[in-house]
Design a protein around this ligand. Structure first.
Ligand code: ATP
Length: 370
């Protein structure tokens, strides 16, 4: 069983007598064969979490378990775990083949011929079968990353740990490797923890995503669950591109009131928000409707005149920056609209925020109430 359990895991670093809490009480139960993505901004503690699982950092408090075994005091080399780093960490003086076989030779008593066969099999799987004689300096970044991944795979570990393995690749290769890696993980069915700061990578690759901020686990769930039901403002802003729009105001009866608008809330939101006064309405750019003149009217509590300050054509869609007043420094809303609904820059448009698409958060805590 390769179920990996993090139970209330905490890491405190001592920085010249000052305590730095890098990871604060994180609990995650990762199923056998699951692909879990740990995502969050720089400094949120994701690498430290991964390094504790690998045994490269000690655990200050809490427990890490793999199957029935508590890993806390097990040495790195005795954990059945393979790690892939952003930097690839290949030996420059060894060929790709030796880079892949070296670990197996050191840590197992497998026969040389069996190791060779295994390396060739994995190299074939990774599409680097004809590059095995080359040294890292003679390989592209993408090829080096394949060797690094291949080195992890030949060990046939119980767990893969990956720390931003694609971030040194260009955008196109990164997108391709994202798909390949995901397929490979599915095929190998090895429990995987993958660290990234890139929400697109998290959304497209993970079976589940753990969002971290400031050492804390903010939310754990399937990608679409995080997208549709973010549990707080941080997750709502972090997941989704462009980011969710936020409007700050207060609830008065069934109406959400800001300096710029009076918005009619749906009954179920009003019921959920009972007792909440200061609130934040969140709406995703792709849920906002920028209406043509012909379609305006009839939905007064949800439609507003706004100025389209900037229109960015993206090919199949436009990103429209909207302001309640054309002399504002910052956008009030950003909408993503599909062509052929062309919007002219500087024009006044009517914007509809569909009430069923609205997320509501309590201002003081940032927690979702709906
Ligand atoms: P990044 O994406 O930038 O790598 P991260 O989310 O992986 O960030 P960590 O590297 O886990 O974040 O760092 C979490 C916090 O712990 C940061 O505030 C960092 O400065 C601190 N930290 C990490 N390693 C040490 C250390 N050895 N000594 C002291 N503080 C550390």
């Amino acid at each position: 069983m390769s179920r990996l359990l993090l139970d209330d895991v905490t890491k405190v670093f001592d920085d010249d007598g000052e305590d730095i809490v890098a990871v604060d009480g994180v609990s995650v139960d990762i199923a056998d064969g699951e692909f879990l993505v740990l995502v969050g901004p720089s400094g949120c503690g994701k690498s430290t979490t991964l390094r504790m699982i690998a045994g490269l950092e000690t655990v200050t408090h809490g427990e890490i378990r793999l199957g029935d075994q508590v890993l806390n005091d097990v040495k790195t080399q005795d954990r059945d775990i393979a790690m892939v780093f952003q930097s690839y960490a290949l030996y420059p003086h060894l060929t790709a083949e030796r880079n892949m076989s070296f670990g197996l030779e050191e840590s197992t008593d497998m026969a040389k011929a069996d190791i060779s066969e295994r390396v060739e099999e994995v190299a074939g799987m990774m599409g680097i079968g004809d590059l095995l004689d080359r040294k890292p300096g003679q390989l592209s970044g993408g090829q080096q990353q394949r060797v690094a991944l291949g080195r992890a795979i030949v060990r046939d570990p119980e767990v893969f740990l990956m720390d931003e393995p694609l971030s040194n690749l260009d955008a196109k290769l990164r997108a391709q490797m994202r798909t390949e890696l995901q397929q490979l993980q599915e095929q190998l069915d090895v429990t995987t923890v993958y660290v990234t700061h890139d929400q697109t990578e998290a959304m497209t690759m993970g079976d589940r995503i753990a969002v971290m901020n400031d050492g804390h686990l903010q939310q754990l769930g399937e990608p679409l669950e995080l997208y549709h039901e973010p549990s707080n403002l941080f997750v709502a802003e972090f997941i989704g591109e462009p980011s969710m729009n936020f409007l700050r105001g207060r609830i008065s009866g069934t109406t959400f009131v800001t300096d710029d608008l009076e918005y009619e809330l749906d009954d179920d939101i009003v019921a959920a928000a009972e007792g909440v006064d200061d609130a934040v309405v969140g709406v995703r750019p792709e849920d906002i409707e920028v209406l043509s003149r012909a379609r305006v009217g009839g939905d007064s509590g949800h439609e507003f005149e706004m100025v389209a300050t900037v229109v960015e054509p993206m090919g199949d869609e436009n990103v429209v920056h909207l302001s309640f007043s054309d002399d504002r420094a910052e956008d009030d809303l950003v909408a993503v609209t599909e062509e052929p609904q062309a919007v002219e820059e500087g024009s006044t448009v009517v914007v509809r925020i569909p009430p069923e698409m609205v997320h509501l958060f309590e201002q003081s805590t940032g927690e979702a109430v709906h």
